[in-house]
Design a protein around this ligand. Structure first.
Ligand SMILES: C[S@@+](CC[C@H](N)C(=O)[O-])C[C@H]1O[C@@H](n2cnc3c(N)ncnc32)[C@H](O)[C@@H]1O
Length: 235
């Protein structure tokens, strides 16, 4: 029936795009032992050094989904000369792609991740980007007003890939989104669904932000959202 046909088409589209996204990885980590992974975005080969000792030290599929979206929607979501911050940047792939697209980027994460993050960002953006990206500590909910004063925050975009999972800082994460977000800021957020807890976060998030699903990849359990602050004066 019509529903099944629609679902089959959707599943097919999902698989096709996911195949395209995965084809951007050019070192199959499963069968080699090199300490870096390669990706192709925005006409560049991006090499990402990974560490195996912490969560943020590998590239997560949500990051690939977000990079692919940024590259293929560069007209509608034009990052050229825009102010962009990434939270929970991990290895830095999303920030690197945003820089290659011409944005002013601030890549942030916990202090223990910053060494590897800075390494990846420097190696992949030097001489290739209009604006050299910055790397800065941002622990969710911590010293936000001191390190990122509301009065000087001026981000056009907040990028986030796979920042919601079973960690104890979900409320702090929400506070962080809220703190960094002005009336005109667009949040682009790739979210991997693993547990019930994550659906609750989306509900909490919707209390503060207008949320729009841009795309869905059921085979990866990933959704890509666009969000803006609720109750904006007409922007
Ligand atoms: C699952 S990883 C995703 C990394 C990267 N965005 C990606 O998609 O490949 C989650 C990231 O959130 C960061 N993170 C976790 N808790 C945090 C906190 N309380 N404050 C700031 N960053 C945090 C981790 O260090 C890690 O880089």
């Amino acid at each position: 029936d019509a529903h099944t046909t629609h679902k089959t088409r959707k599943d097919h589209a999902d698989k096709q795009v996911v195949t395209e996204i995965m084809a951007r990885c050019f070192i199959p980590t499963l069968i080699t032992n090199v300490p870096w992974e390669g990706f192709r975005f925005v006409g560049h080969e991006i090499r990402i050094a990974e560490a195996t000792d912490c969560y943020g030290a590998v590239v997560w599929p949500s990051a690939l989904v977000l990079c692919y979206f940024l590259e293929t929607n560069a007209k509608e979501y034009n990052l050229f000369d825009k102010n962009v911050i990434e939270i929970g940047a991990g290895t830095g792939l999303v920030s690197i792609v945003a820089s290659l697209l011409g944005a002013y980027v601030t890549a942030t994460d916990l202090p223990e991740l910053l060494g590897n993050l800075q390494y990846n960002i420097s190696h992949n953006t030097k001489m290739k980007c209009k604006h050299l990206p910055q790397v800065k500590e941002l622990s969710w909910g911590v010293a936000l007003e001191k390190n990122f004063p509301r009065s000087s925050n001026n981000f056009d975009y907040i990028l986030a890939a796979d920042v919601v999972y079973a960690h104890p800082f979900l409320e702090e994460l929400l506070v962080t989104f809220d703190h960094l977000c002005k009336e005109t800021t667009i949040i682009l957020w790739a979210m991997k669904f693993r547990l019930e807890k994550e659906n609750k976060f989306v509900d909490r998030f919707k209390e503060l932000f207008d949320l729009e699903e841009l795309s869905s990849f059921p085979s990866l359990d990933i959704k890509l959202y666009k969000a803006m602050k609720k109750n904006r004066r007409s922007a």
